[in-house]
Design a protein around this ligand. Structure first.
Ligand SMILES: [Zn+2]
Length: 298
């Protein structure tokens, strides 16, 4: 029997699961990280977690982390949550220490693979995923294979322009879709509009649900920007299924129907008949990272 070790480098911790090819989680482990984590102790934590999770059945290691990364060279280039990390060669480090192949990709691609293997994307080999979290990311699985772009940096769909005169995005440009529909986008725009800093996207959505003017209008504008982005993606890629995942889909009831309806209005009638638009199961990052191994070991 084979098993895969899926590692998810997230905000605040490194999580790992030993996973059977059918998706059964055999064992979990985690290590805390924080603002003081430097490259040295980050690599040490990774190494410890692999040592702890080693098993005779283990055949490969998969890792997902927020970008920007260089998947070709196996580098975590930088991380908003771990500011001391810079160009960390995590893949080479683990390959030198352990006798396993190591695969690495960004968290949106890993989320796409997780939904494809174990979530709502099962049995759909042309699957488009949008991750609605702190930022807005994308993953595209075409004919059962993950699309990476020339050097692993494709599908940065959050930085497609909605309005070139719009609000400044985290990337430095103006009016990206991410500036309108993401946790960071909602919080930034809400504080600009009202002068009140909210602590979480949940609070933003609660205010929108209560019908508070500022939050409601920002959510409506966010839905419009996201629907326009989806319009472009559906016309360009012609997916069979389009799945939304990430932390913000906990509020799917509040915006999901409106979003679907607006996308339907915007796309060619021929696409309306068969493009499935639905929320994902938020398959864990460690399962997604294990699915990354399965790309190479089947
Ligand atoms: Zn941007």
């Amino acid at each position: 029997m084979n098993s895969y070790l899926g590692i998810d480098v997230g905000a605040g911790s490194i999580k790992a699961s030993l996973v059977h090819p059918d998706g059964t989680v055999l064992k979990n482990a985690s290590r805390l990280t924080g603002a003081e984590t430097d490259s040295g102790n980050f690599l040490e934590s990774l190494e410890n977690i692999v040592s702890e999770m080693r098993a005779p059945s283990l055949t490969a290691i998969g890792i997902g982390s927020p970008g920007p990364i260089d998947s070709e060279r196996g580098l975590l280039l930088q991380s908003a949550n771990l500011p001391l990390l810079k160009e960390v060669a995590l893949v080479d480090h683990l390959r030198n220490k352990f006798p396993y192949p190591v695969y690495y990709n960004n968290d949106a691609n890993v989320a796409a693979l997780g939904e494809y293997r174990f979530g709502r994307g099962k049995n759909s080999s042309n699957l488009l995923i949008l991750t609605l979290g702190t930022g807005l990311g994308g993953g595209w699985i075409y004919q059962g294979k993950l699309f990476n772009g020339y050097r692993g940096s494709g599908m940065e769909v959050g930085h497609v322009t909605y309005d070139p005169r719009g609000p400044v995005c985290g990337c430095g440009q103006r009016g990206c879709a991410e500036a309108y529909f993401s946790a960071s986008g909602f919080l930034n725009r809400y504080s600009e509009k009202t002068g009140t800093a909210l602590l979480s996207a949940e609070e933003f959505f609660r205010r929108a649900e209560r019908g508070e003017g500022a939050a409601s209008s920002l959510l409506d504008e966010g839905i419009e920007a996201l629907a326009q982005l989806c319009r472009g993606l559906i016309h360009t890629l012609n997916p069979e299924r389009m799945i939304f995942t990430g932390g913000l889909i906990r509020s799917w009831e509040l915006f999901g129907d409106g979003l679907k309806q607006r996308i339907q209005e915007l796309i060619f009638p021929v696409f309306r008949t068969y493009t499935q638009i639905l929320p994902g199961e938020n398959v864990s990052g460690t399962l997604g990272a294990a699915a990354l191994c399965m790309e190479h070991h089947e």
